[in-house]
Design a binder for this molecule. Structure first.
Ligand code: PLP
Length: 395
C-alpha cells in the first residue's frame, strides 16, 4: 500500500474524529515550505494554525532542541534549570512593559486557563466579560469565554456561568457589562478564528480605560496575534495598550508545544504556592526552543518583515478582489490576513491544495492566511496566483 494511503487510513482509524482534515500527508518542512509524502512542495499558508512563525525547522531552533535533548529533556519547575532561565530572560526582553512574571505551560488554552484563574484569584470577583466572535480554546475554562455556539452548546451545562459577551469592537457595549463584580475583560486584540477581525481604532484603549476604572484586569489573548504576527511584537501595540495579563502560545517555541501567561508582579503574586501548576510547563526542550525562537525573531527582524511582506500580501489580495467579484473583503494586519468570499470556499481550498498551497479557512466562506513570517515575496506571488486560478475554477 502506498505510504500516503497507509498514513491516512491509520490516522482515520485511530485518531479522534474532531478535526476537519485536508488530504495532505506532510513529512518535511523548511521555512514557509512543506513537502508531502510523494515529494510534492506546498507553500504553507496554514503554518500549523500560526505555529510556524519562524518557519518550519528553523536551523537555530533545531540546533537548540538537539543540544538540549542531549543534556536534559524533562525538569519539573520544582528544580531550577539553565535552559528555563535563558528562556525567561529572552521572553522578558520582549514582554510588554511591566508584565514581569510568567507562568509557563504547554498550549494556548492552558495559558487562558491560567489567566482566568489569576483574574478570579487577584480580584476575588467572579464575572468575566468576553467578546462575541471570540476564540480562546476548548478546555472548559477557555471554552467558557469562547463565543462560537458550535463549540459551546454541547457543553453549555458544564461551562463557567459568570461570563457575559459584549459585541466585539463595541466598547460601549462592553462598558455596560463591566460591573464591580467583573474580574476581567478578555479580548483578542485582533480576532483570529472568527475570520481575522480588526477592531475600530479606539476599542482596545476604551476597554483598557473601562477595566482600570472598574478595578478589573484586562486580559489580552495574543495566542494567535502575538510575537510579530501582525507586524508589531504584540497586536496590542497597534493601539498603544498594555494589558494586565497576556496569553501567548502557538509559535513561541518554534513549533514545540508551549504556552505562557504573563502578568504584572502583583497580579501573579496572588497565586500562592501550589494554587496553579503544570508538570510539563517550562520543560527544558520547550524552553531551549523558545529561547532560540525569540532570538531568531529579533535577529532576523521578523516583526518588521511581517509588517512589510504582510502589506505586500494584502495589496496583492486586494488586487485579486478587482478581478474576482466573489471576494467580498480583504482584511488583517501583517501576516494575519483574511479574504472573505460571497461563496462557500471548500472547492477553492481544494483547488489551492492541488496547486501546491496549504490553505487555512474560517467558517465556510473565509480564506485565512497565517504563513510563517519568513515567507518570501515570490512565495506570496505563487499563493496569490494559485488563488486567482482556484477562484476562476469556481466562477
Ligand atoms: N486563543 C487564541 C486566540 C487562539 O487562536 C487559540 C487557538 O487557535 C487558542 C487560544 C487556543 O490555543 P490551543 O489550541 O493551543 O489550546
Amino acid at each position: 500500500m502506498p505510504l500516503k494511503d497507509y498514513v491516512m487510513e491509520v490516522e482515520e482509524r485511530y485518531l479522534a474524529k474532531v478535526f476537519q482534515r485536508f488530504p495532505v500527508v506532510a513529512v518535511r518542512g523548511k521555512g514557509a515550505l512543506l513537502w508531502d509524502v510523494d515529494g510534492k512542495t506546498y507553500v504553507d499558508c496554514m503554518g500549523g494554525y500560526g505555529v510556524a512563525l519562524v518557519g518550519h525547522c528553523h536551523p537555530e531552533v533545531v540546533r537548540a532542541v538537539k543540544e538540549q535533548a542531549e543534556l536534559l529533556i524533562s525538569c519539573h519547575p520544582s528544580l531550577y534549570n539553565d535552559a528555563r532561565a535563558r528562556a525567561l530572560e529572552s521572553l522578558e526582553k520582549i514582554a510588554p512593559r511591566g508584565l514581569s512574571r510568567v507562568f509557563l505551560s504547554n498550549s494556548g488554552a492552558e495559558s487562558i486557563e491560567c489567566a482566568i484563574k489569576l483574574a478570579l484569584r487577584y480580584t476575588g470577583r467572579k464575572e468575566i466579560v468576553a467578546m462575541t466572535g471570540s476564540f480562546h480554546g476548548k478546555t472548559l475554562g477557555a471554552l467558557s469565554v469562547t463565543y462560537n455556539k458550535k463549540y459551546r452548546s454541547p457543553f453549555e451545562h458544564a461551562l463557567y456561568q459568570h461570563v457575559r459577551f459584549a459585541r466585539y469592537g463595541d466598547s460601549e457595549d462592553a462598558g455596560k457589562l463591566i460591573t464591580d463584580e467583573t474580574a476581567a475583560v478578555i479580548v483578542e486584540p485582533i480576532q483570529g478564528e472568527s475570520g481575522i477581525r480588526v477592531p475600530p481604532e479606539d476599542f482596545l484603549k476604551n476597554l483598557r480605560e473601562a477595566s482600570s476604572r472598574a478595578g478589573c484586569l484586562l486580559i489580552a489573548d495574543e495566542v494567535q496575534s502575538g510575537l510579530g504576527r501582525t507586524g508589531k511584537m504584540w497586536a496590542c501595540e497597534h493601539w498603544d495598550v498594555t494589558p494586565d495579563i497576556l496569553c501567548v502560545a502557538k509559535g513561541m517555541a518554534g513549533g514545540i508545544p508551549m504556552g505562557a501567561t504573563f502578568a504584572v508582579d502583583e497580579v501573579m503574586g496572588s497565586f500562592k504556592l501550589g494554587e496553579h501548576s503544570s508538570t510539563f510547563g517550562g520543560n527544558p526542550i520547550a524552553c531551549a526552543a523558545a529561547d532560540a525562537t525569540v532570538n531568531v525573531i529579533l535577529k532576523e527582524g521578523l516583526v518588521e518583515r511581517a509588517a512589510e511582506i504582510g502589506t505586500y500580501f494584502k495589496e496583492r489580495l486586494v488586487q485579486l478582489q478587482n478581478s474576482h467579484s466573489v471576494l467580498r473583503e480583504v482584511r488583517g494586519r501583517g501576516l494575519m490576513l483574511a479574504a472573505e468570499a460571497k461563496i462557500e470556499i471548500q472547492e477553492v481550498l481544494m483547488g489551492l491544495i492541488r496547486r501546491g498551497v496549504v490553505p487555512l479557512y474560517s467558517g465556510r466562506n473565509i480564506l485565512r492566511f497565517l504563513p510563517p513570517l519568513v515567507i518570501e515575496r515570490d512565495q506570496v506571488d505563487f499563493v496569490v496566483e494559485s488563488l486567482d486560478a482556484a477562484l476562476a475554477d469556481e466562477e
